[in-house]
Design a binder for this molecule. Structure first.
Ligand SMILES: *[C@@H]1O[C@H](CO)[C@@H](O)[C@H](O)[C@H]1NC(C)=O
Ligand SMILES: *[C@@H]1O[C@H](CO)[C@@H](O)[C@H](O)[C@H]1NC(C)=O
Ligand SMILES: *[C@@H]1O[C@H](CO)[C@@H](O)[C@H](O)[C@H]1NC(C)=O
Ligand SMILES: *[C@@H]1O[C@H](CO)[C@@H](O)[C@H](O)[C@H]1NC(C)=O
Ligand SMILES: *[C@@H]1O[C@H](CO)[C@@H](O)[C@H](O)[C@H]1NC(C)=O
Ligand SMILES: *[C@@H]1O[C@H](CO)[C@@H](O)[C@H](O)[C@H]1NC(C)=O
Length: 760
């Protein structure tokens, strides 16, 4: 008995290994006010046009090694090890998003696969983009058995910016617990989403089955709640359900569940499946019922919301969806990242729960949700899973010498089903990621109808919320005119004046006009979006600014070009050209793209402007703001709007340059590269000729008008305390906009008034 149970458990872990991106749903009560989801144009399985998918499978394996499986013609299959080579492994590892292979395995080292043996005698050169392009006997042509399944061991370093398409619609094993939901009992069915309490049900064949509650513990409840996106569990009044449930027909598919409470999925708990007659399999028990406590973000009751504060020394950055991102922790008032050695689902779950989400769906390594910039604080985090905060888990202190941002840890957390994507849709676009935004409204008679949003005042910020609500990632663009899209079937305009902060989970949380007021009410002026799974993220190197700052008194005769480009303050016009000089605050800026997509100017090259003086094209009118502010935030030096030519000056190891300004080349900044504006190039300054000695704040903002999509705009500003004595200039505390704790930021802002009270 004990043995078989352990085997069963092992089998689950094995299956569970395949499922990291596993799916689960919650039901929408049929009689609730939730609208029926519109069928989205989901990609139909057309194997021929579909991109080949590759995954690692088997046991025991790690995230970067395992049996190779290929998804072809709608079926997962393996590769035979005959003639296998490191070159093959290199091609496969790169397809999986790793930089290279360190080895390969034969004879089903990670266990035997199932189904087809898709390829045999594969002979890659090593440089192919896909295994499909290598020589082989052809698809499905093999004389091997699964005893010869090949595996790979990849170097544990991700290709920067790699998007794992498998993750989006990964295979789910048809066999075991693939979906878990809470079914509220009728009396409570009208309650709003999320559903926090009800009968636990698991998908079984074409229906749903219950779990026998004999021996059920609060630890089991914790696991179920975590899977469904809730950080905490609550006791439930069983008697309330008993009467009702006794009258129902139950099918007990699972019994004897014995979780430790630290598992991230029910399938990882010891449990048993029922034999033939399941209706009688729970004598003396009833269906398991659980109650969960949602995190503040998902709470309806705003009174409770205030009481439940989420962690203030842990945060997620750079994720495209709610509940995902790079893990950052606060220490000594400054945010830093976590190195990924030993990073696992247990530690990730602690982070998820302390932020008000459920358990972790994925623990991501290798900076897969973008790299941080600041300090790295923790390594080898080893949470058990019950800790209240990642700070309570054992870990090793670390410096940037031991670990690089390439190894930043990230998480994807389970979040509760809110149905938010059902009250919004996009239409008319050319792909499923773009279209005019339509919102669902319900009139006083309860009739549902879709309507458009007025394009006036619609910006990237509003588009960010719409894309998030649609589950389509980041906003690539917010459009005010959509005339070039199909308008054969447009609805009326029902909303206007939408104003979001950009962080809302749905458009309904943003402000909008009470009654529709839109000057151009035609559908071609409706608000549109282009969403994207990935985005760039620009960050300025703050310490370089601090290190390179100086003052130059530059003779006017050397500034004709700069004047033409508007790089001097207004008073320069009244100067006695070419005699005299301007006083310039100069510094270097190095702008890194730490996101997951290249940064490219919004305007196409046909609209770039040639600047004869400097001999290059400007692709963005306003790329950065350079300002000097006084204590109350007023600009004292005329902030000038710098436009540049964007290119890759240099890149981190393993990334090659792609953008170059010279010769009308393509402009942009590649993921993992940076664009350097040296202190001695024209216009790389602030004209401080008219500034009096004193204490100021130097502020640089990149992409200030959100013109180009980024995954994170909070890190676009860089600030320094600045002391100017009339002859010399000093910068202190240079930091990125989101690098400090709120408290430290407040102290920083006070600096101009308090000369001798620096933050160390
Ligand atoms: C299952 O068990 C119940 C109760 O013991 C019994 O009434 C029923 O006939 C059984 N069904 C089957 C298919 O054996
Ligand atoms: C890490 O360093 C801090 C001081 O910065 C120290 O208080 C702490 O005990 C150290 N933690 C570990 C696990 O070494
Ligand atoms: C709502 O119902 C009433 C009475 O049935 C009807 O007169 C009215 O036009 C309806 N309103 C809408 C917006 O459909
Ligand atoms: C227009 O909308 C109606 C109702 O939603 C639908 O039946 C019809 O197929 C649509 N027509 C086009 C051209 O999309
Ligand atoms: C930022 O600039 C400093 C000073 O030049 C340099 O040491 C550091 O490597 C730079 N940071 C990054 C991430 O390139
Ligand atoms: C800000 O400070 C400047 C002088 O430093 C002053 O002229 C201005 O009135 C102040 N503005 C506000 C809003 O306090």
């Amino acid at each position: 008995m004990e043995k078989s149970r352990r085997q069963q458990r092992l089998a689950f872990i094995l299956l569970f290994g395949l499922w990291l991106p596993c799916c689960f749903t919650q039901t929408t009560p049929s009689n609730s006010a939730t609208p029926t989801p519109t069928p989205s144009p989901s990609p139909s399985p057309q194997p021929r046009t579909e991109k080949l998918k590759v995954r690692l499978a088997g046991y025991p394996r790690k995230h970067n090694e395992g049996r190779i499986e290929l998804f072809y013609k709608g079926e997962w299959g393996t590769i035979c090890d005959d003639d296998f080579s490191l070159a093959n492994a290199n091609v496969l590892c790169r397809q999986l998003g790793f930089v290279s292979a360190t080895g390969w395995t034969h004879s089903a080292k990670y266990g035997k696969g199932q189904g087809k043996i898709w390829l045999d005698n594969v002979l890659c050169g090593g440089g192919e983009k896909s295994i499909e392009l290598c020589k082989s006997r052809g698809w499905g042509n093999s004389d091997c058995t699964h005893d010869e399944d090949a595996g790979v061991v990849c170097k544990d370093e991700r290709i920067p910016g790699f998007v794992d398409s498998n993750v989006i619609d990964a295979h789910v094993d048809e066999n075991k617990i693939e979906e878990v939901r809470l079914r509220p009992v009728v009396a409570m069915a009208k309650k709003k989403l999320p559903i926090t309490e009800g009968v636990v049900e698991v998908k079984y064949k074409d229906g749903w089955a219950q779990i026998c509650d004999i021996g059920w513990t609060i630890k089991n409840t914790r696991v179920v709640c975590g899977m469904l996106g809730f950080p905490h569990e609550r006791k439930v009044n069983k008697n309330f359900y008993k009467l009702y449930l006794e009258r129902q027909k139950n099918y007990f598919h699972i019994h004897s569940v014995a979780c430790l409470g630290t598992e991230v999925h029910l399938a990882a708990c010891p449990l048993e499946f029922s034999k033939a007659n399941a209706t009688s399999a729970c004598t003396g028990g009833m269906p398991a019922v659980v109650s969960c406590m949602p995190g503040p973000l998902f709470m309806q009751n705003s009174g409770l919301k205030k009481k439940l504060k989420i962690s203030s020394n842990v945060r997620l950055k750079g994720g495209s969806r709610v509940g995902e991102g790079r893990v950052e922790v606060l220490k000594d008032n400054e945010w830093g990242t976590v190195c990924d050695d030993r990073w696992n689902l247990q530690s990730a779950s602690v982070v998820c729960r302390e932020l008000g989400f459920g358990s972790a769906k994925e623990a991501l390594t290798g900076g897969r949700l973008g790299q941080g910039m600041g300090p790295i604080y923790m390594n080898e985090v080893k949470c058990v899973g019950q800790e209240r905060s990642i700070w309570n888990c054992p870990f090793k202190n670390i410096t940037s010498e031991d670990c690089h941002h390439m190894e930043d840890a990230a998480v994807r957390c389970n979040i509760p089903y809110m149905g938010l994507e059902n009250t919004i849709r996009i239409t008319g676009g050319r792909t499923r990621y773009e279209g005019r935004v339509e919102v669902l409204s319900v009139d006083s008679n309860g009739t549902q109808s879709w309507g458009l949003i007025c394009g006036e005042s619609w910006t990237t910020k509003e588009a960010m919320v719409a894309c998030r609500q649609l589950g389509l990632g980041y906003a690539n663009q917010g459009l005010q005119e959509t005339w070039y899209w199909d308008s054969s079937n447009v609805t009326e305009m029902v909303m206007s004046g939408v104003k979001c902060t950009g962080s809302e989970m749905s458009l309904s949380q943003c402000q909008h006009h009470k009654t529709v007021s839109c000057q151009k009410a035609a559908a071609k002026f409706a608000a549109g979006v282009i969403c994207s799974e990935t985005a760039s993220d620009l960050v300025l190197n703050a310490s370089l600014v601090q290190q390179t700052v100086y003052i130059e008194d530059r003779p006017l005769h050397m500034l004709y070009c700069a004047a033409e480009e508007d790089c001097l303050s207004k008073s320069a016009a009244k100067a006695n050209w070419p005699y005299g000089h301007r006083r310039l605050l100069r510094f270097s800026s190095q702008i890194h793209n730490i996101g997951r997509a290249d940064f490219k100017p919004k305007a196409g090259r046909h609209s770039w402007v040639w600047h004869a003086c400097h001999g290059h094209y400007h692709s963005m009118d306003i790329f950065t703001h350079y300002d000097l502010l006084n204590a109350n935030g007023t600009k004292v030096a005329e902030g000038h709007k710098a436009s540049f030519c964007l290119e890759d000056t240099d890149c981190q190891e393993g990334v090659s340059k792609r953008y170059e300004c010279a010769n009308f080349g393509d402009q942009g900044i590649t993921v993992g590269c940076w664009d350097l504006y040296r202190h001695d190039i024209d216009c790389q300054w602030i004209d401080i000729t008219d500034v009096k000695p004193g204490n100021y704040i130097l502020q640089i903002v990149i992409n200030p008008n959100y013109e180009v999509a980024e995954s994170d705009f909070t890190n676009n500003a860089m600030k320094c305390n600045c002391k100017y004595d009339g002859h010399r200039i000093w910068l202190h505390n240079c930091h990125i906009g989101d690098a400090f704790s709120e408290e430290a930021e407040r102290r920083f802002e006070k600096y101009p008034g308090q000369l001798n009270n620096r933050i160390s």
